[in-house]
Design a protein around this ligand. Structure first.
Ligand code: T1G
Length: 707
């Protein structure tokens, strides 16, 4: 028996069962491919073994190459000696038995096997493009042979996970076992059945589907055109297309060489390093280093929402979308009815777009219950307050919730910036209170800031984080500070973009720079979408609290004129009726120039790079202040928030990762120069100064203990 702790070979009669055991997801870490090859060779050499099964222990088949090993310069076996090649050359049938996930190299191993079966809940995919590379184990060459180039292009360029039933329909799987069937036994039965079958059914020999490319040669250019907007500035998606094209015109072994060339162009690219960083940052953000280990989250079976406005409705949908019944109240029946109407309309739009089935919409709507008042939500396990963003509106709500909610209920606020401690102080149970800041639209945006009050109990925070994951969010811990972490780090960006206008920029110039950088929308267009009146309220509050607050006369002037953005047909841009396309507006240019003249600001022109750095460096500096005040755990948490709260381009890793590519010292020097030129608003934070002095990267910055 060839056995290492990672891969073992057992014998079930004439069938050799190779089991991969590399928790948690059976990644192809060092030793795993070698172990599989050793077991294959042993099975081939044993005359008592007629066929083999390859299966994963634990919760999954094989989730792909070990992403942690990339960029370490580890030598790779040459073509012909990799696990995919050894499988391809096997003299005995090998059945891939899939549960959980077969992704990346895991699916490529299965494609090199002779037969593929799975349980109904399994998922398969080639998600390499999502980490900036491409399937490098033959997937770009075998998948088109199995399911046709068009379907292969879709899977490889999107990186999506395909459920087993669909994978069977496509032809990736040969069989999907019945619900509840024993996968190992099923695989052994298949192996027994095909043991003597010759010739072995190898994917390399299937060439009929490849012919589809000859019938539709335009499919590759069509795919390139279809991804042009979202894949701009990126290389991996385009190399994926080139690899599939190669599969349609080269013999397999030539195609494998071409795949290796295209892979090698990507592995250590900036895009791949940034996307790998983002992958791990999204897992790191779940770690709460200063909370006691072993505290189980409270079970949340039912939820409630106070406030049926845009946010409250979106939050209610977030619960319903993930199977949690939710009751919703508002101050008047009319407001509640309007809220329900909006929820129904939101779902109907998704059904119309084809992203939601009608019956699923009905099931979700059935989980959202508009009810009369506080008494009707008292037994909910969690309640989220989502009323108007003013303290004197929220405080009475917290008093009422404290008087009505059952003991042990968690009471969260969706406030986007207000002091969570003040809200908790309105209750007799501050330990059960925290902030859960959803980003609009709440049922769509992934980011959920969990804001810890001074008295929030660890169990409360741990439950809030777990609840966030349960409803499909990416929860990130934030300290209780004005704007918490995401909005507070974004605030200087929002000021700097308007101050640039005082100095000679125009909204359309700034927006173009940020869209070219990779944002889906420019910040002025986003302002028009969110509503300029919303930002004005925040500025008024901060100006009242801080006499040195830098006001933004141009933005205030637009709000005074009633130019709130899309909702009033004009804001930074002009909008045609019924059309959301922003059009530069000479009236805004006039306001900008007149205000700047009145302020006596010298006018000048700007390079794109300076515009980009003025906006992003201001936020990098504020993020350092947030870290040094102990309001965030780590710089990579700030990055996760910028990726999932503000649409920062993922292939640049995140705000702080991007700044690290420029270098802490260069960032510091530029900020210090602007400090000399513009005064205190550009004063470097202490942490930034220290990092620059010690040559420490932002990603290695040590945050102060969370307070
Ligand atoms: N390598 C290393 N670690 C991995 C990993 C991987 N491929 N996948 C997951 N982990 C870790 C993860 O960091 C976390 O660690 C733990 O496992 C649980 O993951 C040759 C070159 C499989 C869908 O891109 O999509 O194959 O936080 O929290 O939500 O062509 O993990 O516990 O310390 O995400 O249940 C292609 C990436 C690689 C799959 C499970 N494969 N993984 O999700 O758990 S490139 C992928 C995922 C490749 C070949 C190429 C997900 C998952 P920790 P998790 P989950």
């Amino acid at each position: 028996m060839s056995e290492t702790e990672l891969v073992r070979l057992d014998r079930e009669g004439p069938i050799g069962v190779i089991t991969v055991n590399n928790p948690p997801v059976n990644a192809l870490s060092p030793g795993v491919p070698e172990g599989i090859i050793a077991c294959l060779r042993e099975g081939e050499a044993d005359p008592a073994i007629a066929a083999m099964v390859l299966i994963g222990a634990g919760r999954s088949f094989i989730a792909g190459a070990d992403i942690r090993q990339f960029g370490k310069g580890r030598p790779r076996p040459p073509l012909g000696q990799r696990v995919y090649d050894v499988l391809d050359a096997a003299a005995k049938p090998v059945v891939a038995a899939i549960h959980g996930y077969a992704l990346g190299g895991g699916l490529e191993i299965a494609l090199a096997c002779h037969y593929r079966i799975a349980v109904p809940s399994a998922k398969v995919g080639l998600p390499e493009v999502l980490i900036g590379i491409l399937p490098g184990g033959g997937g770009t060459q075998r998948l088109p042979r199995l399911i046709g180039p068009k379907a292969a292009l879709d899977m490889i360029v999107s990186g999506r996970h395909v459920p087993a039933p669909e994978a069977r329909t496509l032809g990736i799987l040969d069989e999907v076992l019945p619900e509840g069937a024993d996968l190992r036994a099923g695989a052994i039965a298949v192996a027994t059945r095909i043991a003597a079958a010759r010739p072995l059914p190898r994917v390399r020999d299937k060439t009929d589907r490849i012919a589809e490319a000859a019938a539709d040669p335009g499919m590759f250019d069509a795919m390139r055109a279809s991804i042009a907007r979202r894949a701009r500035n990126q290389k991996a998606p385009y190399n994926c297309i080139l690899a599939v094209e190669a599969a349609c015109r080269l013999p397999l072994d030539e195609g494998l060489k071409r795949e290796q060339e295209l892979f090698a162009e990507l592995e250590n690219s900036d895009e791949a390093r940034a996307l790998r960083y983002a992958f791990f940052a999204e897992r790191e953000v779940a770690r709460l280093p200063d909370l006691p280990e072993g505290i189980a989250p409270r079970e949340i079976r039912t939820a409630a929402v106070v406030g049926a406005g845009t946010m409250g409705g979106g939050i209610a949908m977030s619960f319903a979308d993930y199977g949690i019944p939710v009751r919703i109240i508002d101050s008047t029946p009319e407001a509640l009815a309007r809220g329900m109407e909006k929820i129904r309309a939101n779902y109907a739009t998704s059904v119309k777009r084809g992203s939601l089935k009608q019956d699923e919409m009905e099931r979700r709507l059935a989980r959202i219950h508009p009810v009369g008042g506080y008494a009707d939500i008292a037994d909910a396990d969690v309640v989220i307050e989502a009323v108007f963003e003013e303290m004197d509106v929220k405080k009475p709500v917290f008093r009422a919730l404290d008087q009505t909610m059952k003991s042990g209920a968690l009471i969260f606020s969706n406030t986007s910036a207000l002091d969570v401690d003040q809200l908790a102080a309105e209750t007799n149970r501050p330990a059960d209170v925290a902030g859960t800041h959803f980003f609009s639209p709440a049922n769509v945006m992934k980011l959920l800031e969990v804001v810890r009050g001074t008295k929030s109990a660890p169990a409360t925070l741990i439950t809030a984080m777990a609840l966030g994951r349960k409803i499909g969010k990416i929860p990130a811990m934030a300290g209780n500070t004005d704007g918490f972490v995401a909005n507070r780090s974004r605030a200087p960006f929002n000021s700097e973009m308007v101050i640039l206008l005082e100095e000679g920029c125009l909204p359309e110039q700034v927006d173009k720079v940020m869209v070219d950088f990779g944002y889906p929308m420019g910040p002025f267009a986003v302002g028009d979408l969110a509503g300029l009146d919303v930002g004005a309220a925040g500025r008024r509050r901060r100006a009242a609290a801080n006499p040195n607050y830098r006001t933004l006369p141009i933005a205030d002037k637009l709000v005074e004129m009633g130019r709130f953005g899309q909702k009033t047909g004009a804001g930074w841009y002009r909008y045609e009726k019924g059309d959301r396309t922003p059009h530069p507006d000479p009236e805004v240019t006039r306001i900008i120039r007149e205000t700047a003249a009145r302020m006596g600001v010298p006018q000048r022109s700007f390079t794109d790079e300076e515009i980009l750095r003025r906006l992003l460096f201001s936020s990098v500096n504020e993020a350092c202040r947030i870290l040094e005040e102990g309001k965030a755990y780590r710089a990579s948490d700030v990055d996760v928030m910028w990726l999932h709260g503000f649409g920062f381009p993922r292939y640049r890793g995140g705000l702080m990762f991007w700044a690290d590519q420029i270098g802490v010292k260069a960032v510091y020097d530029q900020i210090e120069a602007w400090h000399q030129q513009y005064g205190d608003r550009w004063a470097p934070s202490k942490l930034l100064r220290d990092l620059a002095a010690t040559g420490t990267a932002f990603r290695d910055a040590k945050a102060a203990p969370m307070v």
